[in-house]
Design a protein around this ligand. Structure first.
Ligand code: ATP
Ligand code: MG
Length: 568
C-alpha cells in the first residue's frame, strides 16, 4: 500500500514529470512549449483512473501556460461508438477542464499516416506480409531467442507498393495481410521485431465510414498523431515503457526538423474497494449488479458525479496522490476524506429525518407555528441563515430514541432532557406503542424558556444531546438512497482463484422511502449537494429527483475513517 501525503501537507517538490518539463523549458527544447494530450479510446465510459490522467494532462498544461488536446484514439473500428465520444467530452468538462480548440481524432490522420507508410515502403523500411497473425506471432521468438524473418520480408518495393494499395482499396479479406515495419527480428526488444503497422479490417468506422479497409496499429498511429498535433510531452501508463523505442523509431524515420514529442510513463492509478477494468465494469452492468454505467457505486466519472462527489474534490485528490513510477493502490478513505473536506465548506446544512417517528410536544399549543432561525453553514460565513417551522408535532429519528437506555445514551429516553437543534429543550414523558409493542409516537414536554439563542438562563442550560428534527405538518417526503462501497474488500481482484464478484457488498445500497425532509428542500435541484445534519453528505439525484418526488443519494457518511488513520 502506497502511503500518500497527508492532505494538509502542501506540495513542496516537483514530481518527476514536472522535473522533466522544467529541464526541457530550461534547455529551450521544442520552442519551450508544453503541449499535452488526453487520448481516450471511445470504447467505453471514463473512470476515475482516467480522471487522474485528465487532471495530470490538463493540469500540467495549465501550470505551464501550455495547451492540452483531447484526441480520440479511434483507430480500431471494431469497438468504437459515437455515444462514448459525447460522454467523454461531458466528463472532461464536468471535471473542470477544456481542451485546446476542437477535439481531435486519430482517424483524421488516416491519409497522412497512409502517405507516411508509403514513404517507409519506398525507403525499404516496411513490407507486406501474407502470413496470418498466428504465423507471425510464432516467428517472433522469445526474449532469449531471436525471431525468424518472414519469407515475404524481401519483397520488392514495387510489389509492396502495389499490394499495400490493393489492401487499402479492399481487394483482400480481413486479416489476410498486414504491413510490417522492417526493423530487426533479432532485437532484444520484442516490439522492434518487425511490428505490424496496418491490418486489413473490412469494417465501417464511426467517422470515416467505408473509406478505409486498412487500419493503423496503436504504436504507429499514436506517436505520429502526437507529432502531427505538436505534442511535446506524451504521458502514458507504465505498460507502454517497452513501446517507447518503437515510438521513437517511427519518429526518427518520419519526423523532420528538431521538434520531437517525448513519451513519458507514469504508474496507473488504482483505487481500493472497486474495480476499474472495462471488462469488469461491463460485467457489473450487464449482470445487473449495478443499475448502469452511471450507478452511483460505479467508479465511472458519470457514476461518481451522480454519487455527488464534487469535481473540485477529484482534482484535489489527484493533486494529493501525485504520480508514481511504480504501480500502487490508493486508499479510498483518502478520496472520501477529500470529498468531505470540499463539501464541509460548500454544502448547506439541512435537517432530514431518514427513519422518522412522531414526537408530540404535549404542552405546546395546538395551532401554534413558530420559526426558528438556523445557520446554513457554520463553516461558511457568507452562507447566512434560514428559518424552519417548529410546532407541536415533529419527526425525529427512530434511532434517536431508546426506552431502556444505558447511562451514556445522550439522545431521547424517558425522563431525560435533550435539545432539538435550534429549537427547545424537551423531555420525554411517554413512549406510545401499538398492540404489538411497536413504537408509534413519542410524547414529550418542552421548556418554553429554553429556545436556542434567546439568551435566557434556561436556553443556556447544558444538555448533552442535540437532535435534528422536522415539523410534521411542514416536512416533505423524500426517498433516500444510501450508497456504500461496492466491494467488501480493498482488492477484490487480488485472489486470482476467486471471482471478484463474490466480494460485492450486499449492503452497498439501502433505499429508504418515507423520509421526512425540511421544507426548504422544496427548492433543491438535481445535483444540489447538502449535509443532512448528523447523517452525511447527500445530493439530489441527477436523473430521478423531481420537485414532487424528491430523491437524494448519500455521497459519504460523516464519519471520516481517513482522519482516524492519520491520527494513529
Ligand atoms: P483500454 O483497456 O480500453 O485500452 P484504457 O484504460 O487504456 O483502456 P484509454 O481510453 O486508452 O483506456 O485511456 C485513455 C488515457 O487514460 C490513456 O492515456 C491511459 O493511459 C489513461 N489511463 C487509463 N486508465 C488509467 C489509470 N488507471 N491511471 C492513470 N491513467 C489511466
Ligand atoms: Mg488504451
Amino acid at each position: 500500500m502506497n502511503k500518500p501525503e497527508t492532505p494538509s501537507e502542501e506540495k513542496k517538490s516537483l514530481n518527476f514529470i514536472e522535473q522533466i518539463i522544467e529541464e526541457d523549458l530550461k534547455n529551450g527544447k521544442n520552442q519551450k512549449r508544453v503541449h499535452t494530450r488526453f487520448p481516450p479510446e471511445p470504447n467505453g465510459y471514463l473512470h476515475i483512473g482516467h480522471a487522474k490522467s485528465i487532471c495530470l494532462n490538463f493540469g500540467l498544461a495549465r501550470q505551464y501556460n501550455g495547451k492540452c488536446n483531447l484526441r480520440f484514439d479511434d483507430t480500431n473500428p471494431e469497438k468504437e461508438e459515437t455515444e462514448y465520444v459525447e460522454s467523454i467530452k461531458a466528463d472532461i468538462r464536468w471535471l473542470g477542464f477544456e481542451w485546446d480548440g476542437e477535439e481531435m481524432y486519430a482517424s483524421d490522420y488516416f491519409d497522412q499516416l497512409y502517405e507516411w507508410a508509403v514513404k517507409l515502403i519506398k525507403e525499404g523500411k516496411a513490407y507486406v506480409d501474407d502470413q496470418t497473425p498466428e504465423e507471425i506471432s510464432k516467428q517472433r521468438g522469445t526474449t532469449k531467442e531471436p525471431g525468424k524473418e518472414s519469407p515475404f520480408r524481401e519483397r520488392s518495393v514495387e510489389e509492396n507498393l502495389d499490394l499495400f494499395e490493393q489492401m487499402k482499396n479492399g481487394a483482400f479479406e480481413s486479416g489476410s495481410k498486414v504491413l510490417r515495419a522492417k526493423i530487426d527480428m533479432a532485437s532484444p526488444n520484442m516490439l522492434l521485431r518487425d511490428p505490424i503497422m496496418y491490418r486489413i479490417l473490412n469494417r465501417e468506422h464511426h467517422r470515416t465510414g467505408n473509406k478505409w479497409h486498412i487500419y493503423p496499429m496503436y504504436d504507429y498511429a499514436h506517436g505520429e498523431s502526437d507529432y502531427i498535433e505538436g505534442i511535446t510531452h506524451s504521458l502514458c501508463t507504465l505498460e507502454f515503457e517497452v513501446h517507447r523505442p518503437l515510438y521513437n523509431w517511427f519518429l526518427d524515420q518520419l519526423a523532420e526538423g528538431e521538434y520531437r514529442p517525448q513519451q513519458i510513463e507514469f504508474a496507473r492509478f488504482n483505487l481500493g474497494y472497486t474495480v476499474m477494468s472495462k471488462r469488469k465494469l461491463l460485467e457489473l452492468v450487464n449482470e445487473g449488479y449495478v443499475a448502469g454505467w452511471d450507478d452511483p457505486r460505479m467508479p465511472t466519472i458519470t457514476g461518481i458525479r451522480r454519487r455527488g462527489y464534487p469535481p473540485a474534490a477529484i482534482r484535489r485528490f489527484s493533486e494529493i496522490i501525485g504520480i508514481a513510477k511504480r504501480d500502487n493502490l490508493q486508499d479510498v478513505a483518502l478520496l472520501e476524506h477529500t470529498v468531505r473536506e470540499s463539501l464541509n465548506k460548500t454544502a448547506p446544512r439541512v435537517m432530514a429525518v431518514l427513519n422518522p417517528v412522531k414526537l408530540v410536544l404535549t404542552n405546546y399549543p395546538e395551532d401554534k407555528v413558530e420559526h426558528v432561525e438556523i445557520e446554513n453553514n457554520p463553516e461558511d460565513e457568507d452562507a447566512g441563515t434560514r428559518e424552519m417551522p417548529f410546532c407541536r408535532e415533529l419527526y425525529i429519528e427512530r434511532d434517536d430514541f431508546m426506552e431502556d437506555a444505558p447511562r451514556k445514551f445522550f439522545r431521547m429516553t424517558p425522563g431525560k432532557e435533550v435539545r432539538l437543534k435550534a429549537g427547545y429543550i424537551v423531555k420525554c414523558t411517554e413512549a406510545i406503542k401499538d398492540s404489538e409493542g411497536n413504537l408509534t409516537e413519542i410524547h414529550a414536554t418542552y421548556d418554553p424558556d429554553s429556545k436556542s439563542g434567546s439568551g435566557t438562563e434556561a436556553s443556556m442550560r447544558k444538555v448533552k444531546g442535540t437532535l435534528h428534527w422536522v415539523s410534521a405538518q411542514h416536512a416533505l417526503d423524500a426517498e433516500v438512497r444510501q450508497y456504500d462501497r461496492l466491494f467488501t474488500v480493498e482488492e477484490p481482484t487480488a485472489d486470482k482463484e476467486k471471482d471478484y464478484k463474490e466480494y460485492i457488498n450486499p449492503e452497498s445500497l439501502e433505499i429508504l422511502k418515507g423520509c421526512k425532509v425540511e421544507p426548504s428542500l422544496a427548492n433543491a435541484k438535481p445535483e444540489d449537494r447538502f449535509q443532512f445534519q448528523r447523517k452525511g453528505y447527500f445530493v439530489a439525484d441527477r436523473f430521478d429527483h423531481k420537485p414532487d418526488k424528491m430523491v437524494f443519494n448519500r455521497t459519504v457518511p460523516l464519519r471520516d475513517t481517513w482522519a482516524k488513520v492519520k491520527k494513529k
